[in-house]
Design a protein around this ligand. Structure first.
Ligand SMILES: [Zn+2]
Length: 238
């Protein structure tokens, strides 16, 4: 019986590994997706900043040209002051001059704000670029490792299934069906060590005669509470 239990212990290690491999088919693609998204986000941030910077510079150039045009216009208006004949003409010209000055002042304010924005963008763009390259390098390394894992999941599962069948044929059918039933209904370990004179899974205390039976190991003893198979020694200290 001890031998059966030992084989079941091996089996449950294999089942645990199989469970992990099955789960990895779900979580590896998720992890890869996150790594790819992170690469895209940092690259996009850099590209967005780069675009904003170049657009701001174009706008700055356009505004500077507009200021220049308005200044020429202002000079012409100011020159016209010399040839003014009536008060009406004077008032009209003054109003045009004021308008031009106001426009120039507004555009100059805009330019100053834009210069400030450009300086900020220029100081952060190098960091964004560096960050994007770092993330790309790091994440691509991890992606390659994960891809390799993903590619080998199938063959690892096959090899574990093979090990599983080799052990299964050595275990009595009845014991095997008890194992499968508990595994299916309870989940987790089926063969559990006794811990502190209680079931190692559900912690239900075991009466002394049960402990003796488990220690003898000549039959499979299951926990009254959770049905799991109890083992005295599992290489685990109590
Ligand atoms: Zn139990």
């Amino acid at each position: 019986m001890l031998n059966d239990l030992q084989m079941l212990l091996e089996l449950q290690t294999i089942d645990y590994d199989l469970g992990e491999l099955e789960r990895s088919k779900e979580y590896i693609p998720d992890m890869m997706e996150n790594l790819r998204r992170e690469i895209n986000e940092t690259v996009e941030l850099f590209q967005k900043t780069e675009q904003e910077l170049s657009e701001s510079k174009v706008t700055q150039g356009k505004l500077e040209l507009e200021v220049k045009t308005k200044q020429d216009e202002l000079k012409k208006l100011q020159a016209q002051m010399m040839s003014i004949k009536t008060n009406k003409e004077y008032d009209a010209l003054i109003s045009q001059i004021d308008n031009a000055k106001e426009t120039i002042s507004d555009k100059e304010t805009e330019i100053l704000e834009l210069i400030e924005k450009i300086e900020k963008l220029e100081s952060s763009i190098d960091d964004y670029n560096k960050k994007a390259e770092e993330i790309k390098e790091q994440n691509e390394k991890q992606l390659a490792i994960l891809q390799e894992k993903m590619d080998s999941v199938g063959s690892k599962i096959d090899s574990k299934e093979g090990e599983r069948s080799r052990i299964m044929v050595k275990v009595p059918k009845r014991t095997m069906s008890v194992y499968e039933r508990i595994r299916k209904n309870r989940g987790g370990d089926v063969v559990v060590p006794v811990r502190k004179r209680a079931c190692g899974a559900c912690y239900k205390a075991l009466p002394p005669h049960r402990i003796q039976e488990i220690k003898r190991g000549d039959q499979i003893i299951t926990c009254d509470n959770c049905g799991r198979m109890l083992l005295w020694h599992n290489g685990v200290s109590e």
